[in-house]
Design a protein around this ligand. Sequence first.
Ligand code: FES
Length: 273
Amino acid sequence: MYTILDKKVLSPGVKQVVVSAPLIARKARPGEFVILRVDENGERIPLTIADFDRQAGTVTLIFQEVGATTRRLGRLETGDALSDLAGPLGKPTHIEKMGTVVCVGGGIGIAPIYPIARGMKEAGNRVISILGARTRELLILEQEMKAVSDLVYITTDDGSYGRRGLVTDVLQELLDSGEPIAEVIAIGPVVMMRAVAETTRPYGVKTIVSLNPIMVDGTGMCGGCRVSVGGQTKFACVDGPEFDGHQVDFAGLMARQRMYVEQEKYADNQTYQ
Ligand code: FES
């Protein structure tokens, strides 16, 4: 039983649950994800592991309520249980001491960037984090990110907190400042990850992005999560979810993400939800 031991609302529409899953917690590493079903008739949805506690045997999942399943998940309370939780899946983030690492998190993408920033810091890197949100109230994990970063920049689209603008504005300035950056890791909306990759490309700074295509089985069997990277077809669930941002076909990824918009709307409108 994957019991929810704690639940918090982090910002409007964004919730955090701590789930009892000792076997997954024992093996989880930054960058990996799980696939869950809320109940036995539910669809399978992938969520990146936002945190794990090997001692307590728990994994922390943070999700935005964007459709039928995430809304159903959001209605579960402490003491309720998930039908199933498979993982950890995917390849973990490559973490080693390399110098200065810039972690860019946009919106809900701050959740999966957190364990990566922590891992990079623990490996002895200087970690600069750039966090972006549409508004102040949508910014999550600010204190957690500050605790594992040497420097944190915050941007909001409306200027209600931090600096008004985009994460790429700050990244551009860092690149121009001559700060020797070994690697940039960006997780957030596809448009943001594409913009980050385009910002670093002229500087030749290695840029890793974590892709979130539609997934079904999560084990490389269905092909639902295929993405084009460097002209080759890759499966995000087993080859990723992290890839070289300079090689990703972002336009193709966005088109595939919109494939089931009608079905998703239909599911969201069903009364049994
Ligand atoms: Fe089926 Fe990746 S989710 S191959």
